[in-house]
Design a protein around this ligand. Sequence first.
Ligand code: FAD
Length: 506
Amino acid sequence: MPDSPPLIQDVLVLGAGSAGLLAALSLKRKLPHLGVRIVRSPDIGVIGVGEGTTPNFPQHLFDYLGLNRKHFHAHAEPTWKLGIRFLWGTRGRFDYSFDQQLDFAAPDLRMPNGFYCDDDFRCLSLPGALMWHGKAFAKQDNGCPDIQGWHAFHIENEKLVHVLEEAARASGVEIIDGKVTGADRLPGGGVAAVHLEDGQRLAADFFIDASGFRSELLGKVLQEEYISFSDALFCDRAVVGGWDRAEEPILPYTTAEQMDAGWAWQIEHEHHVNRGYVYSSSFISDEQAAEEFLRKNPKAPKSPRIVKFRSGCYRRQWVENVVAIGNAGGFVEPLEATALMIVCGNLQTLVEILNRSRFRPTPSLRDLFNELTGKAWTDIRDFLALHYKLNNAPQTSFWEHCRAETNLGNAASLLDFYQENGPTGFCRYRLSGMQNDFGLEGHLVMLVGNQIPHRASYTAPEQERQRFEARRQQFSAMALAGLDVKDTLAFVRHPGWQWNGDTPAG
Ligand SMILES: Cc1cc2nc3c(=O)[nH]c(=O)nc-3n(C[C@H](O)[C@H](O)[C@H](O)COP(=O)(O)OP(=O)(O)OC[C@H]3O[C@@H](n4cnc5c(N)ncnc54)[C@H](O)[C@@H]3O)c2cc1C
C-alpha cells in the first residue's frame, strides 16, 4: 500500500489583503477544527485597488460564509453594482447586466432576444432596465427595495479588508505581524516553515500564498513557471485617482470607457467617485496617460497614482503543500473586475477538496484543482480578449493593434460560429468551459454589443416586433418606478430593516 498523503492540520496564510483574509475566513468557517494563522507585513501593506466585484462575491460572503449582512453593510459600506456600462464600440454605449438579457428566448417570440437588437440594446430584462434608468432595485408593494441576488458590489478595498480582518479574528484566526524573508523546504520539495525578519520561524503543514504580486512562496520559493497572457491582453498599467462625491448620482453600475490606449473605469462608492485608466505602456507613456486621464477627469488629483501589473498566471496554483490565492497566483487586467470572483471560486473548490479528502488531499485531487483553476484563468483571458478584438470604433494605434493582433484563444471558434449563426443559444457549445460568472450571456453581450455582423439576421413580422417591444416597455416601467442606490441605502440603514434569513451578528 502506498503511504497516504500527509494530514493537514495547521494552515499558514501569507498575506492579509482581501485574498488572504478571504482564504483564512473560508478555511476557518467551513473547516473549523483546522488551525489557521495569517502572517502579514504592515510595512508592505495591501495593494489597495480592486473595488468592483461580480455577483458571486456577495454570495460567497453571505450564503457561503454566513457573514451577517446588517453588520457587513454597516461597516464595509458597499453599494450595489448591477453590471457594467460599456462606452465602447460602434454603438457608443451598451449595458452588460448580470442576468440574461440576450441568452433568453421568450415563449411568444420566434428567436432569442439578440436577434431583435440590431439597433437598440436596452431594457431587455429588469436588471437591464434598472441600469438604463439609473435605478438599483424594483420596488415591492410595501415600498421597500426588492433586493435580488443578481447584484454585485462596489466596495472600498480598505473598508473591505478591515471588516474581513475583524471577521477572521472573531472566527478564531490568529494574525501575526512580520515580514517573511525566506522559507525552509521539506525533503520532498514543499515548504516546511517560513522565516520572519525578526528571526521567528513559523512552521505549518499547509501554506496559502496570498502575498499579492510578490508571490513569495509559489513564485519565489517554489519557482513555478509563469504563463504570460501578453499575446491577448496588452494593458500593463493603470493611472488611479478619484474624488469626493459632490452632486453626482451614485450609479448602480461600473462604467468602462474606451480611451486612446486602453480604457477607464468609474466605480461608485457612496462618498467617493473612483476612476482609473488602464493602458498599455507600449503605446503611451505614464505622463501621456495621466494627461489624458486628467483631461477627462478634471476633478481627479493632479498627480494620480500609477500601478503596474502583468496579466498572466502561474502554470499551477497548487504545488506540493502551497496553494496560491489572489494576485499571488495570477492576475488579469480589471476590465470585468474578476480577481475576487476567482478568489472565491478557487477557495470553494479548495475547501471542498480538503473536506472530501478528510484533509489528506491526493495528488490527483491536486491535479484536478490545477486543471480547474487553470481553466478559470484562460476562460477569463479569452473573454477579455474578445472585448478588445471586437471594438471597431477607436482609430488609435493601440486599438488597431488590438483588432489585428489579439489572440482570442478558445473564443476564436465562438466568433466563427456566431458569424455564421448569430446570437443563438447554440453558441454555448462553442464556449470552452465557463468556469466563471459570465457564461454565454457575457460573450453575447460583447458580440451583439459590438454589432459584429452575422449571416443569420432576422426581420421579425410586425406583430412579433410589437410583442418584443411590449415586454421591453414593461421592464422599463417597472424600473422607472424603482429605487436608486441612495434610496436603497436609506432603507437598509433604517433600524427596523431586516435582511431575509440573515445570520446572527458576530
Ligand atoms: C489596477 C487594478 C485594478 C483592480 N481592480 C479590481 C477590481 O475591480 N475587482 C477585483 O476583484 N480585483 C481588482 N484588482 C485586483 C485586486 O488587487 C485584488 O482583487 C485584491 O485586492 C487581492 O489582492 P491580494 O490580497 O491578492 O494582494 P495584496 O492586497 O497585495 O495583499 C498582499 C498581502 O501580502 C502581504 N505580504 C506580501 N509580501 C509579504 C512578505 N514578504 N511578508 C509578509 N507579508 C507579505 C502584504 O502585506 C499583504 O497583506 C485590481 C488590481 C489592479 C492592479
